[in-house]
Ligand binder design. Structure first.
Ligand SMILES: [Zn+2]
Length: 198
């Protein structure tokens, strides 16, 4: 939310109060050329909409904040805070309109909502001797096997009892090497993922 003022001859000024700062952006567009300069001023929070005046000393932005009144002079693309209130007796106020967004060069006024990219199914993650499979919620780390499958209790029990002895061979026979699902010894294919078993 900010305020936009057309200064004429292709120049606009955009005013925004961000926390206790006033951001002033002067944009000039000439044929084939775009210029923009921004400055931030510690002015405090606005208490009223800003005013833009064309005075004898040039363009002046008048701000009403909780720290008092501020005057910022705009000279071309140069912005400076005036220490004293300028004589605005013959100043002409310019039309300031409130806008929701800072006008972009070519961006539409309304932010376009990008559709979220579809989640691609993750292949099993392998890290050294650690394997994780999101499909079965199972994890294999060396001889250790964890699984969230309905048959997990028996699987984890089997791997626990196996850790005492020579477990590697049993392990490979009892669990699918692809997805880690417990399999019936003698099965040629994993019932879960169809992986051909050794
Ligand atoms: Zn499998």
């Amino acid at each position: 939310m900010g305020y936009l003022c057309d200064l004429g001859s292709g120049q606009t000024v955009y005013l925004e109060n961000v926390q206790h700062q006033t951001l002033v952006t002067v944009a000039s567009s000439y044929p084939g050329q775009q210029q923009q300069s921004s400055s931030g001023f510690q002015t405090g929070s606005w208490t009223a909409p800003p005013e833009v005046l064309r005075s004898t000393i040039g363009l002046v932005v008048k701000l009403y904040t909780d720290q008092g009144e501020w005057f910022i002079s705009i000279q071309g693309s140069r912005l400076s805070v005036l220490n004293e209130a300028p004589s605005l007796a013959e100043a002409q106020p310019l039309q300031v309109q409130s806008v929701a967004h800072k006008p972009g060069d070519s961006r539409p006024t309304m932010p376009s909502i990008q559709p979220m990219p579809l989640m691609t199914p993750m292949p099993p993650m392998t890290m050294g001797n650690m394997q994780m499979d999101r499909n079965t919620m199972s994890m294999q780390m060396g001889s250790m096997h964890m699984s969230m499958n309905p048959i997990a209790p028996s699987a984890s029990k089997a791997s626990q009892t196996n850790t005492a002895g020579s477990h590697t061979a049993d392990e490979q026979r009892n669990f699918c090497s692809q997805c880690g699902t417990a399999i019936t010894p003698g099965d040629r294919f994993c019932a879960h993922c169809g992986h051909q078993l050794g």
